[in-house]
Design a protein around this ligand. Structure first.
Ligand code: ATP
Ligand code: MG
Length: 425
């Protein structure tokens, strides 16, 4: 037998029994983005490698070891996007969207990172991201966080996620903190793992982000950033905290929250759950004021977040509450050749009359019994039953498939009204 071709490790099909959860999440995202005036932007999946190197930072997990990079046919180095912020900013600069403007955007779609696949960590995964440009104050920081909270309530996840908050201050403040960290971790070199030893030279803040449990105690005792925050950074952070408190949003200060990417400053935050094991962060973001200039633009203020769709879907599935199933309203049984021809016309007429009706017409013939089995398996609420006799005299049988109820016969001419009443279209 010929061997079957398999999907790439860490890249998953989303089968029809799972797509209703995805669609529900996407519909809620659209609605909530609209409620805050965020416009959707759609971006290419492939960008020049340089874009990510210049924005994410050379000494990050993503650029060091996770990017899907390949040579285009003409030799250009291209990369499957590992995240959306860089491409979004690139597009805004390229199309002059940032000229003296504030801008609120969102996007969604697949991202690619060559990581070790495990629960909640895949090589192709999906993010929904939000970016807000041109607003330097803590008001917009609060807005994007409140927007994310509204999304959790829309998905019935309120109360299952915790907001963690930190400030990374300005570049100067980070440099001073960095020196202190080098000094501190330098004294405990013998305890560090190879990754952290390397980071000690290149990007010591990232040691705080280490997931190695052996380092947890050492990291917990490291100096805290808050002692290095200047007046402006502190005012900004206090302004954000005050707004969150006014909105009744509880948060936890996490001084070890540094985020994996280089471009963050001042506000950083994550929404975390304990329900998903090690992969507990479902949404992460922060301010990245320096990045616009770094990519050749003018102006500076920018904040955003990205949420991991797979991790959220996992939580939705666990809760299972209120998920629609992808079942049609109606299954049309048509027994016999002339009934089948008649049924084809009837089905089109019903779809014309009732644009919201989801009707599956039996194809591939079959006895009444086998068609009825298919109708039941489809999950439809109603079976419409058309035999040769009914077809000839303009009648049709109607049989509720869920929760009992007798079969009745109605005139085909009143069927649209019958279905409208039954399904309350
Ligand atoms: P982690 O620390 O878990 O590696 P990260 O800091 O690399 O996360 P971000 O770049 O901030 O993650 O991405 C935002 C969100 O996207 C994460 O909080 C997570 O929910 C999701 N995410 C990131 N990488 C993956 C992945 N490989 N598979 C599934 N979801 C992911
Ligand atoms: Mg990562």
């Amino acid at each position: 037998m010929t061997e079957k071709v398999q999907a790439i490790r860490g890249m998953h099909d989303i089968l029809p029994d799972r797509t209703p959860a995805w669609q529900r999440l996407e519909a809620e995202v659209r609605r909530v983005m609209g409620a805050y005036g965020y416009g959707e932007i759609r971006l290419p999946i492939v960008e020049k490698t340089e874009l990510f190197q210049r924005s994410i930072g050379e000494v990050t997990d993503i650029v060091e070891k996770e990017m899907y990079t390949f040579a285009d046919r003409n030799g250009d180095s291209l990369t499957l996007r590992p995240e959306g912020t860089a491409g979004c900013l690139r597009a805004c600069l390229e199309h002059g969207l940032l000229h003296n403007q504030v801008l609120r955007l969102w996007y969604g779609g697949p991202m690619f990172r060559h990581e070790r696949p495990q629960k909640g960590r895949y090589r192709q995964f999906h993010q929904i991201g939000v970016e807000a440009y041109g607003m330097p104050g803590p008001d917009i920081d609060a807005e994007v966080i409140l927007l994310s909270r509204r999304l959790w309530s829309a998905l019935n996840l309120a109360g299952r996620l915790e907001l963690q908050l930190n400030s990374l201050g300005t570049l100067e403040e980070r440099l001073a903190y960095r020196a202190e960290l080098v000094d501190y971790f330098g004294r405990y070199r013998a305890l560090l793992d190879p990754d952290s030893l390397r980071r000690l030279e290149t990007n010591p803040l990232r040691i705080l982000d280490s997931k190695n449990p052996d380092l947890a105690a050492l990291i917990a005792d490291a100096p805290a950033f808050s002692d290095f925050l200047g007046d402006e950074s502190r005012r900004h952070f206090d302004g954000l905290r005050e707004r969150l408190e006014l909105a009744g949003l509880a948060y936890v200060l996490n001084p070890r929250l540094v985020r994996g990417l280089d471009y963050y400053c001042k506000t950083v935050f994550e929404w975390v759950t304990t329900e998903l094991g090690a992969q507990g962060t479902v949404c992460a973001g922060g301010r990245y004021d320096g990045l616009i200039e770094q990519l050749g633009g003018r102006g500076s203020a920018a904040i955003g977040f990205a949420l991991g769709v797979e991790r959220l879907i996992e939580m939705l599935d666990d809760g299972a509450a209120g998920l629609d199933v992808a079942a049609p309203h109606v299954y049309l049984i048509q027994v016999g050749e002339s009934a089948e021809r008649h049924g084809g016309v009837l089905a089109e007429r019903l779809r014309d009359a009732l644009p919201h009706l989801q009707l599956v017409a039996n194809c591939g013939a079959g006895s009444f019994k086998s068609q009825f089995k298919r109708a039941d398996r489809s999950g439809a609420a109603l079976a419409l039953i058309l035999g040769e006799d009914e077809a000839r005299v303009g009648l049709i049988g109607v049989k509720p498939l869920r929760g009992g109820g007798d079969q009745t016969t109605v005139e085909q001419s009143v069927l649209p009204q019958y279905l409208r009443d039954f399904f309350r279209f």
